[in-house]
Design a protein around this ligand. Structure first.
Ligand code: MF3
Ligand code: CO
Ligand code: CO
Length: 248
């Protein structure tokens, strides 16, 4: 069952989304060569508390941190560590916020310049894929329109979408129905209706999208070691079109 949110509930999620946007902006601004992932984790923890939100990931199925930090061939769910960022790295920062009973979830990928041109293109195409997904989140469309448009854009640019992880509904739970694949699936899926909120999150690889798990059992990496990028917004379907709850 897909739970639709009331206008008042969407306002709460928007407030949470603004905290999420601030956390990502702060962490992105501090990501630089020589800075460790745990320093970014500490900054995020401070920023969430300052916004009076609660971290949504820490403790979720035993996950230990407020951020997921995924570098280069890491796709998602990288655990912050003493690892220091280096020139040429790309870093996906993913954060979840809970506020007044409602969750949001948002991610961005930042470049530690100078970054190889084809890796920069990968990051740009992934950001564009999220923008395209957002535009599809309108009443009357079908869920499958999102994955179809994302896959077409990504593969048209010569990259690939990860299949093992998908976007999701979100609200009083971090992960709600429906699942939102970043690729076309058979059938149209449910019709999108006002009040639905979707966490849209394309994960894109430069080469093969095959995934393997690190021994920590959280970090998902590209099996062939190629780069991956990841962007995520929570988007409400409204009568006036998509409302991006997690933008600044
Ligand atoms: N942020 C992830 C998502 O986009 C979920 C992270 S759960 C955690 O769905 F436990 F790994 F933090
Ligand atoms: Co996320
Ligand atoms: Co998510």
């Amino acid at each position: 069952m897909i739970v639709c949110k009331s206008a008042a509930e969407l306002e709460k999620m928007r407030a949470a989304g603004q905290i999420g946007a601030r956390v990502l902006a702060q962490v992105a601004a501090h990501a630089a060569p020589g800075v460790s992932l745990l320093e970014l984790e500490a900054l995020a923890e401070k920023e969430i508390a300052a916004g009076k939100g609660e971290p949504a990931f820490k403790g979720y199925r035993g996950y230990p941190c407020v951020l997921c930090t995924s570098v280069n061939e890491e796709i998602v769910h990288g655990i912050p560590s003493e690892r220091k960022l280096r020139e040429g790295d790309i870093l996906s920062i993913d954060v979840g916020i809970k506020l007044e009973g409602f969750y949001v979830d948002t991610a961005t990928t930042v470049l530690l310049e100078p970054v190889a041109p084809e890796v920069k293109t990968l990051v740009r195409v992934t950001r564009e894929a999220l923008d395209i997904a957002v535009k599809q989140a309108r009443a009357g469309n079908y869920l499958n329109d999102i994955g179809k448009a994302v896959q077409q854009h990504v593969e048209g640019a010569g990259f690939n979408v990860v299949r093992e992880f998908v976007g999701h509904g979100i609200g009083t739970q971090l992960h709600e129905e429906p699942q939102v694949p970043n690729y076309a699936t058979p059938g149209r899926g449910p019709k999108l209706r006002p009040g639905m909120v979707l966490a849209l999150e394309p994960m894109v690889t430069k080469g093969s999208p095959a995934v393997k798990m690190r021994p920590d059992r959280w970090t998902a990496v590209v099996a062939d070691g190629g780069h991956a990028a990841h962007f995520e917004h929570c988007v409400a379907v409204t009568q006036n079109g998509p409302w991006v709850l997690t933008e600044a």
